[in-house]
Structures are given as C-alpha cells and as structure tokens.
Design a protein around this ligand. Structure first.
Ligand code: ADP
Ligand code: MG
Length: 270
C-alpha cells in the first residue's frame, strides 16, 4: 500500500511545487516507487518534471471526471529516466480549471481522486500530490485522498498566522471526510540562516509544533529555482547543488519516519 501525501499550503509561491517534484525525484533516487499527481491547473509540477502540459492526451482532469483511469493517464519523462530518478506523472493543464465547476453536481465529488488512486495503489510506495494555492474542490480531493499533509513554509513574519487556517481546514477534513488525515510535518524551505528573523520563526515553529517540524531544512538555492526552466527537478538537474542534496536528505527522512511510525510502510524487498 502506498503512502499518500498532499503538499499543501494556501499561500502561493511558498515552494509547494518545488517540494513535490524534488521530493518525488529524491524518493525515486533512494529506490522508492513514486506517483506524482499535479492538482494545480497551472501545471507547473508537470512541466517541472519534463512533461509538456500542452501535449498531454489525458490528464488528472480526465481522471477526476472518470473518463480515464490513472493507469491510462499517467506518463513518464525520458529525461527523468536518464537522470536516474524517474517517477510516474499524472499531469495537469488548464483543462483542470474547468473541473471545479463540472464537479459541482456529481456524487462523491471530493472522493474522485482517492478512488482513482486506490486502483494503482499497490504499484507505488509513495503518491505525492501537488495542490493549488487555495482550498478548492481540487485541494479537497487531494486532502480526501491523503494519509498526511506536508506543509512547506518560509520562515517569515506571517507564516504562523497563515498556518492556523490550514490547520483548521485539515481538522475539518479529518473530522468529516478523512479520518486518516494528519499533518505529517512542516518543511522549512527557502531558508537563509543569516537572516535573524528566519531563525527566530524557525525556533517558534519548533516550540509550537515540536517533532511535526521536519529535521531537514531546504536552503534557498538558485539551482532549485533554475531547474524548472530546464524541465527538471533540481535533484535531476544538478544533483550536487546544496538544495538538491537537501531534498534527497528529506526523502530519506520521510522513509525513516514512516519506518518508525508505520512499520507496514517500510520499502518492500525487491
Ligand atoms: P508554489 O508551488 O507554492 O507556488 P513554487 O514551488 O513554484 O511555489 O516556488 C515559488 C518560486 O520560488 C519558484 O520560482 C521556485 O523556483 C522558487 N523556489 C522554491 N524553492 C526554492 C528554494 N529552496 N531556493 C530558491 N528558490 C526556490
Ligand atoms: Mg505550485
């Protein structure tokens, strides 16, 4: 059974997509079988994995509307295969923006992704879902499908304030729709230790959330920002970069955490 995680935060530009594609690549690199689901109509995670969103024959949109299965719609990127960190991609493009409206009247509308993943669950160790920056029906599908939420955050002044909205939403989904859902952890991203305020907010986060804060810290690193324009996660584009190495460390931390918390999710023997 795959462990399924949403990468979510209502704020835009906080590093959700960067986290999703680099954690996917990092997990693949350490031998995990990964499906990455792009739930954002912007399709940045799709493009950032080397797949042209405009060329997709089938996408997550078709899966949500039940006109295709994930087995039919998923694709691979040759460039990720070459880089030795390949994962499967359920891509997204602007079609997905229409799904919101089209799902309004259908039954089980918030469970569509969950049901689709159940059919391919056994083929993966991890499913990572990149959410849009809102609490839309799309994000709700992600939260209903997941066992846990990974929250990337910048250690800035309003970071904690924004977090309380997300925590409340997750509590509501937990209570009403998905008993499995929990915040698996907060990931400090774009971190610059020279900035005193960032260090202070980081300390505050640890004081409030304890071991819900991941040990790995992702530094601000220009190679991570450059990688998407080459259609690759940083981990594949420049494996030696500090940011890339941090994401591989984060992948190992995820595998370790699941190993201790949930023994059933340990990677299986080949
Ligand atoms: P979101 O998906 O939350 O909107 P993105 O992952 O697209 O956020 O990141 C927003 C911008 O910040 C992008 O231009 C991305 O390349 C850049 N970025 C993300 N993480 C880092 C990092 N650790 N170091 C430098 N730039 C980063
Ligand atoms: Mg994004």
């Amino acid at each position: 059974m795959a462990k399924i995680f949403c990468v979510a935060n209502q704020k835009g530009g906080v590093g959700k997509t960067t986290t999703t594609v680099n954690l996917s690549a990092g997990l693949a690199k350490v031998g995990q079988r990964v499906l990455m689901v792009d739930l954002d109509p912007q399709g940045n995670a799709t493009m950032g994995s080397g797949v042209d969103k405009r060329q997709l024959k089938l996408s997550v949109y078709d899966v949500l509307l039940e006109s295709a299965s994930i087995a039919e719609a998923r694709v691979r990127s040759e460039r990720l295969v070459e880089a030795g960190c390949s994962y499967d991609i359920l891509g997204a493009n602007r079609d997905l923006a229409g799904a919101e409206v089209e799902l309004v009247d259908v039954e089980r509308r918030e469970k569509r992704l969950k049901e689709a993943i159940a059919a391919v669950d056994a083929e993966y160790d991890f499913v990572l879902i990149d959410c849009p920056p809102s609490l839309s029906m799309l994000t709700l599908n992600g939260l209903c499908a997941a066992h846990g939420v990974i929250v990337p955050m910048q250690c800035e002044y309003f970071a904690l304030e924004g977090l309380s909205d997300l925590v409340n939403t997750i509590k509501q989904v937990h209570a009403n729709l998905n008993k499995d859902l929990e915040i698996i952890g907060l990931l400090r991203v774009m971190f610059d230790p020279r900035i005193t305020l960032q260090q202070q907010v980081s300390d505050q986060l640890k004081a409030h959330f304890g071991d819900k804060v991941f040990n790995t810290v992702i530094p601000r690193n220009v190679r991570l920002a450059e990688a998407p324009s080459y259609g690759l996660p940083g981990v594949a584009f420049d494996p030696a970069a500090r940011g890339s190495q941090a994401f591989v460390d984060f992948a190992k931390e995820m595998v370790d955490r699941l190993g201790t918390l949930k023994p059933a999710a340990m990677p299986r023997a080949a």
